[in-house]
Ligand binder design. Structure first.
Ligand code: 13P
Length: 249
């Protein structure tokens, strides 16, 4: 079984002063029984990777271009992330789907670019409140999952993050039954498509994960970890979440 994963998405937060928090997280977990990944802003990638080199804390980016290089002002590519010391990249976060009109097709191309560069693609999917309230959750999540995941996805190169849009940064969390329903559905969809290997593909929950709710979320079936936003910025918040994941069976 692939190890569980505690991942932090710093979003557009953090200047060099924030590297202190990264060091504190690394120092607090010198021999973790789960994988730990922090995705700082691109400006901090190289320094973050340098600081955590040789430590059991991996560094990832928050987005990549679908192409390896070229005339794409302002973008960064998967090989550049790899070169900076990153091992993973988040693709298809709802904030990018919404703010940058990213489609499933584009997200799949970005995930493919990540795979081609030897990076883990953390593919984000999740419904809006309107979609949930109109009973479309599984349909939307299913379409996003199928459309955003490349054919060559394996447990080694792909992580799925279920992040209900309405739970991100709001303090609102789905019920444990709702989380379980979607995670079971994702596992079944992955198994239908990729066979038994899908049992080892990690499915993270994301959206207002905090020290106070992490343990109960990690006890839900088919939850293999979390993609944490706000609570990953400080060691004091993120460490208890990592500890809760280590304690989960
Ligand atoms: P919050 O944990 O701040 O709700 O953010 C979740 C998220 O979007 C992680 O990618």
């Amino acid at each position: 079984m692939t190890r569980k994963l505690a991942a932090g998405n710093w979003k557009m937060n953090g200047t060099r002063a924030a590297l202190e928090n990264l060091s504190a997280i690394a120092e607090a977990h010198t021999a973790p029984s789960v994988d730990i990944l922090i995705c700082p802003p691109a400006t901090l990638l190289m320094q973050s990777a340098g600081l955590t080199s040789g430590k059991p804390l991996d560094i990832g980016a928050q987005d990549c271009h679908a192409q390896a290089s070229g005339a794409h002002t302002g973008d960064i590519s998967a090989p550049m992330i790899k070169d900076a010391g990153g091992t993973a990249v988040i693709v298809g976060h709802s904030e990018r789907r919404e703010n940058h009109n990213e489609t499933n097709d584009l997200v799949r191309q970005k995930a493919q670019a990540a795979h081609d560069a030897g990076l883990i693609a953390v593919i984000c999917i999740g419904e809006t409140l309107e979609q949930r309230e109109s009973g479309q959750t599984l349909e939307i999540v299913g379409d996003q999952l199928t459309g955003s995941t490349p054919e060559g996805a394996t447990p080694a190169n792909t992580v799925i993050a279920y992040e209900p849009v309405w739970a991100i940064g709001t303090g609102k969390v789905p019920t444990l039954d709702q989380i379980g329903e979607v995670h079971d559905f994702i596992r079944k969809s992955l198994t239908d498509r990729f066979g038994e290997a899908a049992q080892d593909m990690r499915i993270l929950y994301g959206g207002s994960v905090k020290p106070g709710n992490a343990a109960e979320i990690f006890a839900v079936s088919n939850v293999d970890g979390a993609l944490v936003g706000g609570a990953s910025l400080k060691e004091g918040d993120f460490s208890p979440i990592i500890n809760a994941l280590e304690a989960a069976v």
